[in-house]
Design a protein around this ligand. Structure first.
Ligand code: GDP
Length: 444
């Protein structure tokens, strides 16, 4: 799969820092160096890398990050957001006309997968968007391109208009338009001729066709395997034809990904589709955010971080960290933590969003977890305020009264008391420095 090695290296770079409670100049610089190297090795344009690293650095040094409970994770989010903005701020979609026929011109160098992509997009528009599609075979240069389109058209049950290889592309395009009108089509996709290299002839032909077809979209197919060439080709086609989107093909290969990552910021042309196989349904709409997730191998951790930011009461959490730093943990702190966890919703869903833990989520029984939390809350609520803050004062008679009040066995009260005591011991050890850094627990 494309991006594999970039993904691996980037992950390594940020994994280290995401576990750190505290950001230091050293661990930031180490991470930035690694990020820079991974991007350069993936063949991302040098200037793009430079700007990327600078942006991450500026944002990571921002006050909000330094004040965050888990700055390491915030940095991961910053890298993710920068990747996403590199890939495009939002999803790019086909520009459908409100009324009348929408015309899409497919352009690209020979062998990049233009004819295949024309059929894939036709299928997508027909199946997913319910459009009445016509494919027009205007590639009269490459031998067998017309038959190829006709075969693909048959496969996907989309009509293909052709006048054969002896009629020029412009005439075919004009008549194709007429035909589409007569058949009440609402999307026409023109497969045009490519060349092995960009040449003046090709561009002249495409410009004439553009004048005639008046396309709502001009999509350029580029081969992911050609790396930085994507940028050169996209820039040239864009200058000559003002293309509206890219279809990046052969993403199922082992492309390093640099071309795809650089092209948007250099040419300002968005990626609209990616193609990842030879079959007609091997096409995906391009979502910059999901691609960023994928590159970072993050499951849906971003949603989780955002949910945590939205739902968790930061003041409560800060107070808890402060008390823990003082070596204090009581039943009241436990109650606070239960409330926070409950706000996050289902444990099972949470685990599904954490990369690597998804497989375990099936083993978690949300009902069981909730029952356990409810029982513990009932026990704590049966205590007096003094007892909640001073677990050690609980004698046998009080324990059995509390158990009765909460409707549980004394054994369960004892278990909860010993949990609090264990936490207290842990806090005290951390305070005295006999345990690793307390900040590690800040994101709890
Ligand atoms: P055109 O000359 O630009 O029209 O290119 P074609 O559509 O004929 O595609 C060239 C070759 O690339 C064909 O063998 C396609 O099957 C193959 N191809 C196109 N897209 C993809 C893709 O996403 N993945 C893979 N593996 N092969 C592709």
């Amino acid at each position: 799969m494309a991006f594999e090695s970039l993904s691996e290296r980037l992950n390594k770079a940020i994994k280290n820092i995401s576990g750190q409670g505290k950001l230091t100049e050293k661990n930031m610089n180490d991470m930035l160096k690694e990020v820079r190297m991974s991007l350069l090795e993936a063949d991302v344009n040098y200037n793009v890398v430079k700007e990327f690293v600078e942006n991450v650095k500026q944002k990571a040094l921002g006050q909000e990050v330094l004040d965050a409970l888990n700055p390491g994770q915030m940095v991961v989010k910053i890298v993710h957001d920068e990747l996403q903005s590199l890939l495009g701020e939002s999803d790019a979609k086909l520009h459908f006309k409100k009324h009348g026929i929408t015309n899409v011109m497919m352009v690209g160098l020979q062998g990049t997968g233009k004819t295949t992509a024309s059929a894939k997009i036709a299928r997508f528009a027909k199946e997913k968007l319910g459009k009445r599609v016509l494919l027009v075979a205007c590639d009269v240069v490459r031998p067998a391109a017309i038959e190829q389109l006709q075969t693909l058209g048959k496969n996907i049950d989309v009509e293909v208009f052709s006048l054969g290889a002896d009629v020029d592309a412009i005439t075919t395009a004009k008549q194709g338009l007429e035909y589409a009108k007569s058949r009440q089509k609402d999307l026409v996709i023109f497969d045009t001729a490519g060349r092995l290299h960009i040449d003046a002839d090709l561009m002249d032909e495409l410009k004439t066709m553009k004048d005639i077809v008046a396309p709502d979209d001009i999509l350029l197919t580029v081969d992911a395997m050609t790396g930085q060439d994507i940028v050169t080709v996209a820039r040239e086609f864009n200058e000559q034809l003002a293309i509206t989107g890219l279809v990046v093909t052969k993403m199922d290969g082992d492309a390093r990904g640099g071309g795809l990552l650089s092209v948007r910021s250099i040419t300002d042309v968005p990626v609209m589709f990616v193609s990842n196989g030879e079959k007609v349904d091997d096409l995906e709409e391009f979502h910059p955010d999901r691609m960023a997730d994928r590159i970072l191998g993050m499951g849906d951790i971003m949603t989780l971080v955002e949910q945590a930011q939205d739902k968790i009461d930061m003041d409560v959490q800060k107070r808890a960290v402060q008390r823990m730093n003082e070596g204090v943990f009581t039943f009241n702190d436990m109650l606070d933590q239960f409330k926070q966890v409950k706000k996050m919703g289902s444990m099972q869903k949470m685990m599904n969003m954490i990369p690597g833990l998804g497989k375990l989520s099936g083993k978690i029984d949300d009902e069981q977890v909730n029952d356990g939390v409810k029982k513990s809350e009932a026990i704590i609520q049966s205590m007096t305020p003094y007892e909640r803050e001073h677990p050690q004062c609980l004698k046998a008679s009080r324990k059995s009264r509390i158990a009765k009040g909460a409707g549980v066995k004394v054994m369960e009260v004892n278990r909860l008391i010993s949990q609090v005591e264990q936490m207290q011991t842990l806090m005290k050890m951390m305070k005295s420095g006999s345990m690793p850094n307390m900040n590690m627990l800040q994101g709890m």
